[in-house]
Design a protein around this ligand. Structure first.
Ligand SMILES: [Zn+2]
Length: 417
């Protein structure tokens, strides 16, 4: 099977290369903003929105006359920036069509947007270096991670985070998907530990990550106390950004270990839907962090499941995996502070393990409703009605067969029986 994947690793650029990176990122940002202004004004005038292809030709004309400085960077930089903007526009319009909330593409500012650019063309990997068009050989912090052969490299994205530079190579590669005979497993993702599996194994949060998260929390508090615009605030901001980057790197590494292990050894993985279960459970401090972790976990599971012949089942978002007793099915409200789930039927169990077992039960109950990919099946639709936060209004049938929750004028309703 031919797959597309990315390899990301840290670069070790010298001072000159850092300057060149910033220059490339500046060109990417400028091109993006220039094209966005063009598209916006077309929208305002009610005319057709120019595509990246049209704008690319216009940009080439500018390059020959007033904007000769664009020659200083790889020609792929404005090109890919314009393509990215097209993608942003498409997802905005598609999202609006589907009623989702996708923001309108906004202008990138030097302060608020991270430095990043993407290049295509001849990209090569050597033991300790990566070679990029117009930028030459750049030293890698870690050798032997990027693939040197057996892959076709299509693009490279260079980006900065908290003073460090990273490269992400997009590659196409041929893989053999193994036959996966592993068992099914329910995975509960938590705050106190990273994950609890229905087979009883637990994956704790790593100490360095916990320590970094604690330091991040206090750095954020310190930032709040600094006067806006002051030197000290800028310093505090840098510290927060650095800790944030470190925490997310640590978390990503940790998640990679977990997701590789479970997709390799289990044939079916049942996870909960992100909303609203986690939101409710994580009302306090770690919420943003674990929400992000959950999104990353799911992303990694989805692509690795393809590589290792495993399947993913996402439980319906109203499925009460944390509240339900895994033995008798009764619903109990267990306060967040309690780590142990207890039920009138006599069950006493770690609450996360109970949740993982409930997720595993989804696999058993939906074995025959799985679709071909095994994804996004919602076998527990009956939970929806009891979980909705709407006031309980009598449901009345309208003459045309639609139903209403009582918001329609009485004249439009037929009498209740
Ligand atoms: Zn019970």
């Amino acid at each position: 099977m031919r797959i597309r994947r990315a390899y990301r690793t840290e670069l070790d650029p010298n001072q000159v290369q850092r300057e060149r990176f910033r220059q490339h990122a500046g060109v990417a940002r400028w091109s993006y903003n220039w094209a966005l202004a063009k598209k916006k004004s077309a929208l305002d005038q009610g005319s057709a929105v120019p595509s990246s292809y049209t704008l690319q030709r216009e940009l080439n004309q500018l390059k020959k006359s007033t904007h000769a400085w664009l020659y200083d960077t790889s020609k792929a930089v404005p090109q890919t920036a314009l393509d990215d903007l097209d993608v942003a526009f498409r997802s905005f319009f598609r999202g609006r069509g589907q009623g989702r909330r996708v923001g309108f593409p906004h202008f990138k500012s030097r302060k608020r947007s991270a430095d990043a650019f993407r290049v295509t063309g001849v990209i090569r990997v050597f033991g300790r270096h990566v070679q990029l068009p117009r930028l030459g050989k750049i030293r890698l912090k870690e050798s032997e991670y990027l693939p040197m052969q057996g892959v076709h490299i299509t693009a490279a994205t260079v980006s900065e985070r908290a003073g460090r530079w990273y490269v992400s190579l997009e590659v196409q590669q041929e893989i053999v998907v193994p036959i996966n005979n592993g068992a099914a497993v329910g995975i509960d993702v938590g705050i106190n530990r990273l994950a609890t599996l229905s087979d009883g194994s637990v994956v704790p949060n790593l100490r360095p990550l916990e320590r970094t998260q604690r330091r991040l929390a206090s750095a954020q508090k310190a930032l709040m106390r600094r006067r806006p615009g002051s030197q000290n605030r800028a310093k505090a901001q840098k510290r927060v950004a650095r800790l944030h980057a470190r925490a997310s790197n640590l978390r990503r590494d940790q998640l990679h270990k977990l997701t590789t292990q479970v997709t390799k050894t289990k044939s079916l993985l049942v996870i909960e839907d992100l909303v609203p279960a986690l939101m409710v459970r994580n009302r306090h401090l770690a919420r943003a962090l674990s929400d992000a972790a959950f999104g990353e976990l799911r992303r990694q599971l989805e692509y690795k499941a393809h590589w290792y012949g495993s399947r993913i089942l996402v439980a319906d978002k109203f499925y009460p995996s944390t509240r339900m007793c895994s033995k008798c099915g009764a619903l109990n409200d267990v306060p967040l502070s309690t780590r142990v789930f207890t039920c009138a039927c006599g069950l006493t169990m770690d609450r996360d393990l109970n949740a993982a077992l409930n997720l595993l039960a989804v696999a058993a109950s939906s074995a025959d409703t799985l679709n071909a990919c095994g994804e996004n099946v919602s076998p527990f639709a009956e939970w929806r009605s009891s979980e909705k936060q709407e006031p309980k209004l009598p449901r009345v049938a309208l003459e045309d067969g639609r139903s209403s929750t009582g918001k329609t004028p009485l004249s439009a309703q037929v009498p209740l029986r």
